[in-house]
Design a binder for this molecule. Structure first.
Ligand code: MG
Length: 161
C-alpha cells in the first residue's frame, strides 16, 4: 500500500464562485485562483499523485498553461486518477478535512463525496470529507480563505503483481 498527503489553500474573493469538492456552494464570496480554485479537489489530486510518486498538481497542470484557466478541477482530478491507473495502481481510500469558518460544509459533504468518488473511479464509501473551523484563529479564523488537507492510499490494481 502507498500513502500520499495533499494540502491546498485559496483566498476568498468577491465575484468568484465557491466550488469545493466539485460542488458549487452558495456563499457571499468565492475563491480566487487560476482554475475554479477548488481547494478540496486540489488537495485530493496532490494526495493521489503523491502516493503514486507522480509529482504534484503543478507538474501536470501548471498555472502558467492557459489550458487550465478556469479549469474544472474535478476533471483534473479524474486525469490524475487516470495517471495513477496507468502506473498500475488504484485508489484505496481518500480522507479530506476542509478548514474554514464559513460556510458550513456539512450540508454539502454527501455531494462532495459523490463527485470526488466519481472522478477517482471508486465508490463514495471510499471517500471521506469532513469540515472543521479554525476556532477563530489566524487567517482562516479571520475568514480570509479555505484550507484543505487530504490523505490518499493506493493499492496495486492487480494484487498479484
Ligand atoms: Mg489550488
Amino acid at each position: 500500500m502507498r500513502i500520499g498527503i495533499g494540502y491546498d489553500s485559496h483566498r476568498f474573493a468577491v465575484g468568484r464562485r465557491l466550488v469545493l469538492g466539485g460542488v458549487e456552494i452558495p456563499h457571499e464570496v468565492g475563491l480566487a485562483g487560476h482554475s475554479d480554485a477548488d481547494a478540496v479537489a486540489h488537495a485530493v489530486t496532490d494526495a493521489v499523485l503523491g502516493a503514486a510518486g507522480l509529482g504534484d498538481i503543478g507538474t501536470h497542470f501548471p498555472p502558467s498553461d492557459e489550458r487550465w484557466r478556469d479549469a474544472d478541477s474535478i476533471a483534473l482530478l479524474a486525469r490524475a486518477a487516470e495517471l495513477v491507473r496507468g502506473a498500475g495502481l488504484r485508489v484505496g481510500n481518500v480522507d479530506v478535512t476542509i478548514v474554514c469558518e464559513a460556510p458550513r460544509v456539512g450540508p454539502h459533504v454527501a455531494a462532495m463525496r459523490r463527485r470526488l468518488a466519481l472522478a477517482l473511479g471508486v465508490g463514495p464509501d471510499r471517500v471521506s470529507v469532513k469540515g472543521k473551523t479554525n476556532e477563530g484563529m489566524g487567517w482562516i479564523g479571520r475568514g480570509e480563505g479555505v484550507a484543505a488537507i487530504a490523505v490518499a492510499s493506493l493499492e496495486p490494481a492487480d494484487p498479484s503483481a
